[in-house]
Design a protein around this ligand. Structure first.
Ligand SMILES: [Zn+2]
Length: 285
């Protein structure tokens, strides 16, 4: 009996032992399955991540393409608009160029309309504000030297402001006056190749800009084109380290042109001409 009991005990112990091993095996199998599941999950995650990053890179590419497209259609360019003169001229002197011993008044008072009695400073500002709106509409970034009459900024300071802002181009707005009341039409002033204060590359670009504005202004306004005038004695040019041009919009000493210059419709034509000139310039450079 004792022997039978002992045999039974040994047998049952053996059975338990086998089951445990099985259990372990099964559990090992479970672990393997779990591991395998985890691997698949990780793979899926990696795949998702990859596809997300692919999407991101596609997005980046699209953004880059857009930026390039914008640049080619004139956005991202920074323009300085300098409405010539101010409410009161400033006759104290400043050097006409960096390091120059020749001095000129900081800002002259400008001319005035024989018919409208409007000051040139006011007319320049009216057109400058319209030009600002148009350039912003076309996607340009704009730096205004002044937006009011009551400022005191010298011509050298105006150029330095544009230099510091690293603008792509400066447009200076002025109007003419003459003792001859019959004189009429517009002209564009540009620096000469022999300008001793300005960088050669900036001179070349200023002249390209001037040519573009001259052409576009003429076709937008149908005004008499008095052409391009080369000047090396202008403080606002000589201090400039960026491409610069100056528009003499017309003669305020000519009664009919003076009246015309103050009309909304003609101001809008001039603005279109200058903006088109800038567009064309940036297509070239
Ligand atoms: Zn002027």
């Amino acid at each position: 009996m004792k022997k039978l009991f002992a045999l039974c005990l040994v047998f049952s112990l053996l059975l338990v032992g086998c089951r445990r091993t099985n259990d372990i095996h099964v559990s090992t199998n479970k672990t393997t399955v779990k591991k395998a599941k985890r691997k698949t999950a990780t793979k899926k995650k990696t795949t998702t991540k990859k596809s997300t990053s692919k999407k991101k890179s596609t997005k980046k590419k699209t953004v880059k393409k857009k930026t390039v497209a914008k640049k080619s259609t004139n956005a991202n360019y920074y323009i300085c608009i300098d409405a010539g003169h101010q409410a009161k001229g400033n006759n104290s002197l400043e050097p006409v160029g960096p390091g120059s011993s020749t001095k000129k008044p900081k800002v002259s008072s400008g001319t005035s309309g024989v018919a409208t009695k409007k000051s040139e400073a006011k007319l320049n500002l009216e057109v400058a504000l319209k030009l600002q709106k148009e350039l912003v509409k076309r996607g340009y970034k704009v730096l205004m030297i002044r937006t009011t009459q009551n400022v005191n900024i010298s011509n050298a300071q105006r150029a330095i402001k544009a230099n510091n802002a690293k603008v792509d181009a400066t447009v200076r707005l002025h109007a003419d006056g003459s003792t001859n009341r019959n004189m009429h039409g517009f002209s564009i002033l540009q620096p000469g190749y022999n300008n001793r204060y300005m960088n050669k590359q900036i001179i070349t670009k200023s002249r390209q800009l001037s040519a573009c504005v001259n052409k576009a202004f003429a076709s937008a306004t149908n005004a008499k084109n008095n052409g391009l005038s080369t000047r090396n004695d202008m403080t606002g040019f000589n201090w400039s380290k960026v491409p610069v041009t100056l528009v003499e919009m017309g003669f305020m000493s000519n009664p009919s042109e003076d009246r015309l210059l103050s009309t909304e419709s003609y101001q809008n034509k001039m603005v279109q001409g200058i903006a088109n000139g800038l567009d064309n310039y940036f297509k070239k450079v």
